[in-house]
Design a protein around this ligand. Structure first.
Ligand SMILES: NC(=O)c1ccc[n+]([C@@H]2O[C@H](COP(=O)([O-])OP(=O)(O)OC[C@H]3O[C@@H](n4cnc5c(N)ncnc54)[C@H](OP(=O)(O)O)[C@@H]3O)[C@@H](O)[C@H]2O)c1
Length: 359
């Protein structure tokens, strides 16, 4: 997919359109570049992408245990869409966005280990779609050298998700072949590279030839175009009729009940999202019928609730990134004020890899 570029500011456009001066004027002093006035993209209510409104932000001072940051990059995630549409109910109006990177601008009382100017990143529930924010210091991690702000902003939620999926939900063993749906997506491209680094044979699914090609280039041994082919039959063929010990499934409605059918006896369905809609007709007896299967429905926030766990998982993620075993593919960037376009692209399956907003 062609890389989208960040839109030029209105001010820059206006400047380009301005008529040339008729007479040369004496050279004026060039004013230093101004950071744009602080603003947030507020979702006014649950609904379509038209709910976003640009609202000026009044910056306040961080309180005890808090830090003020200026965002340099903000990750866009499918969970933001679940929240915007009301699938995951939250109070409105609200500032969506759970993943970001930026620079520390002010520090509240009692905060240790951070100073003004530090590059930091985080994943929290909401509040990232803004040029600036106040955030609890114990949710921040420092961005290591060699990792860019955009990479960190794109990786905190999606990358630590892959970290816990592959370590705590089903830890693939040497010789395993596992199935990972939506392999060309934000989580999917990280997972393919991570699985390859572990030496695991991974089957990915993706919609369309271009996405399949991309997933194959990012660690998957086999990739099935599940729009064109029956992925269950393909998995059975590739595993000589056995099925896989684990399916990592974030698609939900459209991949159910196929994900269960692709499992071998005692296999686990790791259902961690529902980009195609909620699974509604699952029965516990399906697990018995499929071969004493199990299911888990995990969510990242439980895995990083403790500060020590956040640090440990972030350290492992950054180590994978710094070593080059996992490369973060920021394939789309949008201006923060164009967040509606970013949401539209993600929810209509136009994106690959990671999507980042630039304030
Ligand atoms: N539980 C957790 O802790 C956790 C954490 C992070 C993310 N997630 C979940 O992981 C999934 C991936 O997140 P992401 O932000 O990286 O998104 P993403 O994978 O980049 O985008 C979603 C992808 O899902 C596929 N898809 C299949 N049917 C779809 C449909 N009807 N509508 C839209 N997309 C559809 C599309 O890929 P194809 O075109 O190739 O089908 C699409 O590109 C999401 O479901 C998200 O909620 C869960």
């Amino acid at each position: 997919m062609a890389r989208k570029t960040v839109k030029k500011t209105t001010a820059a456009k206006a400047a380009r359109k301005a008529p040339a001066a008729k007479k040369a004027k004496p050279a004026a002093k060039v004013a230093p570049a101004k950071t744009p006035a602080p603003y947030a993209m507020v979702a006014q209510k649950a609904g379509g992408v038209s709910v976003f409104k640009k609202v000026p932000l009044e910056l306040s001072k961080p309180k005890k245990g808090e830090v003020a940051i200026r965002h340099t990059a903000i990750g866009v995630n499918f969970i933001d869409i679940y929240q915007r549409t009301g699938l995951y109910p939250i109070p409105f109006p609200t500032v969506l966005g759970g993943e970001g990177a930026g620079v520390v601008e002010a520090i509240g009382a009692g905060v240790k280990g951070l100073k003004v100017g530090d590059r930091v990143a985080y994943v929290v529930g909401t509040g990232a779609y803004a040029s600036h924010r106040i955030i609890a210091a114990d949710r921040l991690v420092k961005i290591p050298a060699k990792v860019s702000d955009q990479e960190a902003a794109a990786a905190m939620l999606k990358g630590m998700t892959v970290q816990y999926l592959l370590n705590d939900c089903y830890k693939p063993k040497k010789g395993d072949t596992v199935l990972f749906h939506a392999a060309a997506g934000g989580v999917g491209l990280i997972a393919g590279q991570w699985l390859k680094a572990l030496g695991i044979t991974a089957i990915g699914t993706a919609g369309g030839a271009a996405k399949c090609k991309l997933a194959k280039a990012n660690g998957y041994t086999h990739v099935i175009d599940y729009k064109a082919k029956d992925f269950v039959a393909e998995v059975k063929r590739l595993t000589k009729g056995k099925g896989v010990p684990a399916v990592y499934d974030s698609v939900g409605k459209d991949t159910f009940p196929g994900s269960l059918k692709a499992l071998r006896p005692f296999g686990i369905w790791v259902l961690f999202g529902q980009s195609s809609g909620l699974v509604t007709d699952f029965k516990l007896s399906d697990l018995a019928a499929g071969g004493s299967l199990s299911v888990t429905r995990p969510t990242l926030f439980h895995f990083i609730a403790e500060r020590s766990e956040l640090e440990r998982r972030a350290r492992q993620l950054f180590s994978m990134m710094r070593s080059g075993r996992v490369k973060i593919k920021v394939n789309q960037t949008f201006a923060l004020s164009d967040v509606a376009k970013a949401h539209k692209a993600l929810e209509t399956r136009q994106t690959t890899g990671q999507t980042v907003l630039i304030p």
